[in-house]
Design a protein around this ligand. Structure first.
Ligand SMILES: Cc1cc2nc3c(=O)[nH]c(=O)nc-3n(C[C@H](O)[C@H](O)[C@H](O)COP(=O)(O)OP(=O)(O)OC[C@H]3O[C@@H](n4cnc5c(N)ncnc54)[C@H](O)[C@@H]3O)c2cc1C
Length: 402
């Protein structure tokens, strides 16, 4: 009687084929690692993400290395104007000051995901669409993933390592820390008279920040407010909403149109540690941040790059350019995961604290904090080194530190 073939064990299962999971697969495309992705949704779903992302300069460099930057429909941010409602103090950050072509770039999350997916398909890396990873059971030699999907029989898949990039975390998980900000983000596309001149605005109001990010000919809006205010804002017709928004922004820009209003509840959630047994968490699955400083995806790309670097160094023998490497060590070993966690500790906690502090200090109507906000913005305006630090923090993460 013929013996049954041993069950295939992949080197890496990536849970979630959103922009983060796809970027990881691409970063490892020539590694020789046997990679498979699984996503609960159909293939086209990621390209319909209605959010817009502000990409830092460091993310541009990463996307260039992944080969998906050219052809992406991005809009450059050359100036950022930061102010707060109901007080003095404002600051302007300029790309020229930092000798860079732009401080950052705005891109539709859907367009970015579509470009990444195309590149992953072209590289021949398999993606199991419509396949939910319902459970992960780590063991001594591998992790067993239970798969489920519409009209599919229940199945399992084995891998040495599972990288979870499923785009969020559950508050009832005992390893997750949560702080609910009591805020919702209303996103929309906004038209303005005279164009955006590549200037982004961040305006802090007593209910939360309002960001206008130059995108195409108009602006991508992120308007943060208390949940009950968000209910009211969504119920207004376009003209009434525009008048309300104009009231917050003053005369810096003249709004002429709004479309596609949607909302997202906001909370800070993060895992105490982003690695477990033969499992690790990346991007929003490791830490979900408030969008105030546009750090979420940028931080996620730095997670991706660091993980790919760790796996390549510790588990793969490099091969000549254009050919696949040779896997020499188990990528799910505890030492590999520990090395990855060490490489991300400072940047990860720094971004969590930086974003959380901005929200708490700038989304608060207590009078002393209002004065402190004005003083902080004035200090930023008067002290180029401080402004330089803030700009570098936004562009490069923890590497902003001298
Ligand atoms: C209003 C708003 C504005 C933002 N603005 C910015 C910004 O300007 N700059 C920035 O850097 N970041 C920003 N962010 C954060 C950014 O949107 C996220 O960091 C990024 O989209 C996360 O990508 P992801 O691939 O981790 O998750 P997702 O895009 O959510 O993809 C996760 C994928 O995993 C799949 N999945 C989930 N569970 C499973 C499962 N069990 N099995 C299989 N598949 C599964 C899903 O179907 C999905 O396709 C913003 C967020 C919000 C809410």
């Amino acid at each position: 009687m013929a013996e049954a073939a041993p069950e295939r064990v992949h080197d890496l299962l990536i849970v979630g084929a959103g922009p983060v999971g796809l970027a990881l697969a691409l970063a490892l495309k020539d590694s020789g690692l046997d990679i498979v992705l699984a996503d609960a949704r159909p293939r086209e779903a990621v390209s319909r993400d209605p959010r817009d992302l502000a990409l830092a300069h460091g993310s541009r460099l990463t996307l260039q290395r992944l080969g998906v930057w050219d052809g992406l429909p991005v809009t450059a941010i050359e100036h950022i104007h930061i102010s707060h409602e109901g007080g003095l103090g404002r600051t302007l950050i300029d790309a020229d000051e930092h000798e860079l072509p732009a401080l950052g770039y705005v891109v539709s999350a859907g367009a970015l995901a579509a470009a990444l997916r195309q590149a992953v398909d072209a590289a021949g890396i398999p993606v199991l669409d419509d396949t939910e990873v319902a459970h992960l059971a780590p063991g001594a030699d591998d992790v067993i993933a239970s798969l489920a999907g519409p009209g599919k029989p229940a199945a399992t898949l084995r891998a040495r390592l599972a990288a979870c990039a499923e785009g969020g975390l559950r508050a009832d998980d005992k390893d997750v820390v949560e702080h609910d900000y009591g805020q919702h983000a209303l996103i929309a596309q906004v038209e303005v008279a005279g164009g955006h001149r590549h200037t982004a605005f961040e305006r802090f109001t007593r209910e939360g920040p309002i960001a206008l990010l130059p995108r195409g000919d108009g602006y991508a809006l992120v308007h943060v407010a208390r949940p009950e205010t968000a209910d009211t804002l969504l119920a207004l017709d376009d003209a009434a909403y525009l008048a309300r928004l104009q009231g917050h922004l003053g005369h810096r820009v003249r709004l002429t149109g709004v479309a596609a209003r949607l909302r997202y509840p906001l909370a800070l959630r993060y895992r105490r540690t982003a690695v477990g047994e033969r499992t690790l968490w990346l991007g929003n699955a490791a830490q979900t941040l408030h969008p105030v400083a546009g750090q979420g995806f940028n931080l996620a790309l730095r997670d991706v790059w660091a993980l790919a670097d760790t796996l390549l160094r510790q588990c793969v023998d490099a091969a000549p350019a254009g050919t696949a490497g040779r896997v020499r060590a188990d990528p799910g070993r505890a030492e590999v995961l520990a090395a990855y966690a060490r490489s991300r500790g400072l940047d990860r906690l720094g971004a969590i604290r930086f974003t959380d502090t901005l929200v708490r200090v700038f989304s608060n109507d207590l009078a002393p904090l209002r004065h402190a906000r004005g003083a902080a913005l004035l200090a930023l305006d008067l002290l180029p080194p401080l402004r330089n630090f803030l700009a570098r923090r936004m562009m490069f993460g923890a590497r902003a530190w001298p």
